[in-house]
Design a protein around this ligand. Structure first.
Ligand code: ADP
Ligand code: ADP
Length: 227
């Protein structure tokens, strides 16, 4: 079953100097539980694609389906992670991770939220840091915490826009492995936007190459590597 279906999507931004075509024929299908990595040069429309999947905007043409429903407005069932994680400094790491549960599951007892957040923090190697403030952690650790926050409420889809782009090589590769470990314990469907080909092949079950001006889906590669 395909959890994400993007069919014939075309989009142009309206600008002062006229329409700016960005996407011109996007076709992507992501089966449930799979990781779709999208690579392409800067400016090719990758962030636009994430906004479409998240329901933050509508394409001029074509359709985006999530879990059997046409996307027309923002969904609680979509988790997002970005290059610069926005963690709230007035909250502890634990309370940052819990935040989506407060919004999506207001009646869930705090105890259960804490158990869930602690379980995820342990999976990404942040046990013992629950009570710290974001500024007390390294960039890599903050990104780990923000990944936990993005999936704490079990969104049906996780969208990541260059999540490791701001990290040094060593930390980044460490996080790739963390991401794989996390997936082994907690399966989720994800779209990973990156301009790092190695990252796309390491993490993606499929790699979609977007290029051209305006961009189209150019290639879809199935990655079948030993885990
Ligand atoms: P990427 O994430 O691949 O770098 P984006 O989706 O951010 O690409 O942008 C694709 C193109 O659309 C770029 O030329 C960008 O300047 C333009 N663009 C993005 N958002 C807007 C907007 N809200 N209004 C007008 N142009 C935009
Ligand atoms: P609680 O832990 O009781 O749910 P929060 O952690 O949500 O409270 O908020 C702690 C404090 O931060 C409160 O005074 C609240 O008003 C403030 N606050 C919450 N969200 C924001 C925000 N987006 N911008 C500024 N202040 C905020």
């Amino acid at each position: 079953k395909n959890l994400i279906e993007i069919k014939g999507v075309r989009h142009a931004y309206k600008t002062r100097t006229g329409p700016l075509p960005v996407l011109d024929g996007l076709d992507i299908s992501v089966p449930e539980g799979e990781f779709c990595a999208v690579v392409g040069p800067s400016g090719c429309g990758k962030s636009t694609l994430t906004r479409l999947v998240a329901g933050l905007m509508k394409p001029d043409e074509g359709e985006v389906w999530l879990d059997g429903k046409k996307v027309s407005s923002p969904r609680k069932t979509v988790g997002m992670a970005f290059q610069n994680p926005v963690l709230l400094e007035w909250r502890t790491i634990l309370d940052n991770v819990i935040l989506p549960l407060e919004i999506v599951a207001p009646s869930m007892p705090r105890r259960d939220r804490v158990v869930r957040a602690e379980e995820l923090l342990e999976m990404v190697g942040l046990s013992g840091f629950e009570g710290k403030r974001p500024s007390e952690l390294s960039g890599g650790m903050r990104q780990r915490a923000s990944l936990c926050r993005a999936i704490v409420h079990k969104p049906s889809v996780l969208i990541m826009d260059e999540p490791f782009g701001a990290l040094d090589n060593f930390t980044r590769e460490d996080l790739w492995q963390t991401m794989r470990d996390l997936r082994a314990k907690e399966p989720f469907t994800a779209v990973l936007i990156t301009h790092d080909l190695r990252e796309s092949v390491f993490l993606g079950d499929q790699v979609v190459v977007l290029s051209g001006r305006p961009a189209r889906t150019q290639y879809i590669l199935d990655v079948d590597l030993p885990q």
